[in-house]
Design a protein around this ligand. Structure first.
Ligand SMILES: NC(=O)c1ccc[n+]([C@@H]2O[C@H](COP(=O)([O-])OP(=O)(O)OC[C@H]3O[C@@H](n4cnc5c(N)ncnc54)[C@H](O)[C@@H]3O)[C@@H](O)[C@H]2O)c1
Length: 347
């Protein structure tokens, strides 16, 4: 398959690019190289004849038309987005422009390409979204694909809007779309503003390990390479017009998660005295912080036969080891705008 991946220099997109090339797909990676991009994430495939990079912004419709015409992809995997909830609280405008208008541009460019090609039934537009569109759960229950949308943050609202556009382009124009909504990802190459890399890097620096609120918020953690595997399955085998929830079957409170990480760090990079957990510090909560997300994975398991293969404990060990082994990668990112400062407390 010739796949146009957007956001392929980001955390999840780069895992998709690496896996797709390894499986023999041709990949065109379209990325604007924002603050969150790390081109080194795709260094291992950069010289492959199966790989092409296009430096472009999804807010630029003319650039998208040129790229569709030049590469004639069989499928699109649309991951490019502004992805950090705290940044969406401080500056929602970019989230509206990239996540909503950018997705609209992608849909229109894809529709024009698909129409010019004679509306091939095998074409796919795969939109990658989040479980945050469903809002927040209490102690019980899980999100299914039929859970009503109830986004709370500007980030979640912009992703919800983009999901609605994608469904409308299928219903109205017949564009062959598939969607997926996943839980929190973690693993190698995650930008050092999200919880797990922040905790690892602060532990290595000997600085406090910040946990929002009382640490009781629950998330379902999905190892990024498992997610990339699920995404390729959805684009290849998913039913047109359907969405698939993708989770890691690993619910933990933020406090439990950070304590587990500290245990791994104690084994791999012990402190001179005591545990890394001694530095856990509770900080002002995020405004509108959702209490619990949980994914019902029945549809992707029953229809496509997919389940996560990496346990949370194993995935966290691999992740900590990766950050220990790749210091030049994360050191180069610490100077980027906003990194290391508390964002999203302005409500
Ligand atoms: N990380 C998670 O836990 C998670 C969970 C659920 C859903 N998602 C979704 O998965 C996708 C990827 O997330 P991620 O964590 O890899 O994000 P990321 O922030 O690590 O990477 C985003 C990438 O998109 C690119 N990009 C941003 N704006 C662009 C624009 N206007 N034009 C072209 N490229 C642009 C950036 O340069 C970057 O390479 C997003 O759509 C996100 O909403 C992520």
């Amino acid at each position: 398959m010739r796949i146009l991946v957007t956001g392929g220099c980001g955390f999840i997109g780069s895992a998709v690019v690496r896996l797709a090339v390894a499986r023999g797909h041709e990949v065109i990676n379209l990325d604007a190289l924002t603050y969150a991009a790390c081109p080194e994430n795709v260094a291992e495939v950069a010289a492959s004849p199966l790989y092409t990079f296009e430096h472009a912004d999804i807010r630029d419709r003319a650039a998208l038309d040129r790229i569709f015409a030049a590469h004639a992809p069989d499928a699109v995997m649309h991951l490019a987005a502004e992805s950090h909830v705290d940044r969406s609280i401080d500056g929602p405008g970019t989230f509206v422009e990239t996540n909503i208008t950018g997705t609209y541009n992608m849909l229109e460019a894809a529709r024009a390409h698909w129409t010019n090609a004679g509306t091939p039934g095998a074409f796919r537009f795969h939109h990658i979204s989040t479980d945050e569109v469903y809002g927040s759960l209490g102690a019980e229950g899980q999100f299914t694909e039929d859970t009503p949308y109830d986004p709370h943050s500007p980030y979640a609202a912009s992703k919800a809007a983009s999901d609605h556009l994608v469904r409308a382009w299928h219903e109205t124009y017949g564009l062959p779309v598939v969607l997926s909504n996943c839980s929190n990802n973690y693993g190698p190459c995650q930008f050092p503003e999200k919880l797990i890399p922040v905790v690892i890097l602060n532990a290595l620096a000997g600085t406090p390990l910040p946990i929002y609120g009382d640490g009781a918020n629950v998330r379902d953690w999905l190892y990024v390479e498992d997610h990339a595997d699920a995404l390729l399955l959805v684009v290849e085998k998913g039913t047109v017009g359907r969405s698939y929830n993708i989770g890691g079957e690993s619910e933990r409170s933020n406090l439990e998660l950070v304590r587990t990480l500290c245990g791994i760090l104690d084994a791999l990079r012990p402190k001179v005295r005591g545990s890394h957990a001694d530095r856990i510090t509770f900080v002002t909560d995020r405004p509108g912080h959702d209490a619990r997300y949980a994914i019902d994975p029945s549809r992707i398991r029953d229809e496509l036969g997919w389940r996560p293969s990496v346990t949370l404990e194993e995935g966290l060990k691999r992740t900590v080891q990766w950050y220990l082994d790749n210091e030049p990668w994360w050191r180069a990112l610490l100077d980027r705008e906003g990194v290391g400062t508390r964002l999203g407390v302005t409500a």
